[in-house]
Ligand binder design. Structure first.
Ligand SMILES: Cc1cc2nc3c(=O)[nH]c(=O)nc-3n(C[C@H](O)[C@H](O)[C@H](O)COP(=O)(O)OP(=O)(O)OC[C@H]3O[C@@H](n4cnc5c(N)ncnc54)[C@H](O)[C@@H]3O)c2cc1C
Length: 243
């Protein structure tokens, strides 16, 4: 019991908020500068737990930043109407605030010993862990082939588009495929249109040797796993985080 308590306490990290930025109408980037301890080692894809001050609740958020930077942690937090933690983050959190996070946690992380081609699929704030995974791959010169599908409703749900298009320009091994399910007329969208499952289906061939990294709503992930298995991706090569 005593050891359990010590272990738990050791995972607390005090941090100061150094950036709060709108990425879309409902997703904010929040940057935490770690104070005590001053660094955290994490695997790209893992998450932290955020303690919401005052109401004593804890919520999980995937780390969106480069694992090379161990002292500044970025989270992408989507507003959930009436949600306790996200209302606090979107309506009250300010630069200079001090918060506590714990972590890192989770077994959804880049398998660094693998050389397999990768299919990444995300929706909404599910872009967070994939961004961290891609930062690690970029640091290594993008040694694996990666196709990254991002599903959104319309153009206003897209973010970090330039960042990933730039990555695709720099590394022929990396392809970024944003897809809109309900593009608006004013979006003037020239890219992929349709449900992300259909877009993945028509843009992939044999996946028997590939690895999948999926992050988004449970419904989206379940439907995408079916598509990947239709293309012969092995169950043990599919990694996902549902939220
Ligand atoms: C491993 C993991 C990683 C996660 N990473 C992220 C991340 O990177 N970014 C992020 O924004 N969120 C992430 N989440 C979700 C996050 O932990 C919270 O569940 C979410 O932010 C809602 O918290 P809340 O306190 O605002 O809402 P709550 O007060 O818990 O919920 C309010 C109401 O909204 C409903 N609800 C809760 N969550 C959602 C949702 N996601 N969509 C729609 N309705 C919902 C509830 O059923 C409830 O009715 C992650 C979850 C897990 C388990």
């Amino acid at each position: 019991m005593y050891y359990l308590k010590v272990f738990y306490l050791q995972k607390n990290l005090k941090a100061e908020i150094t950036e709060v930025k709108d990425l879309t109408y409902d997703i904010k980037l929040v940057r935490f500068h770690l104070i005590d301890p001053a660094t955290m080692d994490f695997k790209p894809g893992q998450y932290v737990q955020l303690k919401v001050p005052g109401i004593e609740i804890i919520r999980a958020y995937s780390i969106a930043s480069d694992p090379k930077n161990k002292s500044d942690i970025e989270l992408l937090i989507r507003y959930v109407p009436n949600g306790q933690a996200t209302t606090f983050v979107h309506k009250a959190l300010e630069i200079g605030d001090k918060l506590t996070i714990t972590g890192p946690y989770g077994d959804f992380f880049l398998r660094e010993d693998s050389k397999r081609d990768m299919i990444c699929i995300a929706g909404g704030s599910g872009k967070a862990p994939i961004r961290s995974i891609l930062a690690r791959l970029k640091a290594e010169g993008m040694p694996r082939k990666v196709k990254y599908f991002f599903g959104a409703r319309s153009k206003r749900d897209l973010y970090y588009t330039e960042e990933f298009e730039q990555l695709a320009k720099e590394y022929p091994n990396f392809e970024y495929i944003p897809a809109l399910s309900e593009p608006l007329e004013e979006d003037d969208w020239q890219g992929e249109v349709g449900l992300i499952t259909d877009v993945v289906d028509r843009n992939t061939k044999d996946l028997s040797e590939a690895e999948g990294y999926l992050c988004g709503s449970p419904g989206m992930i379940n439907a995408c796993i079916n598509v990947l298995s239709k293309h012969d991706m092995k169950e043990e090569n599919v990694l996902f985080d549902k939220f």
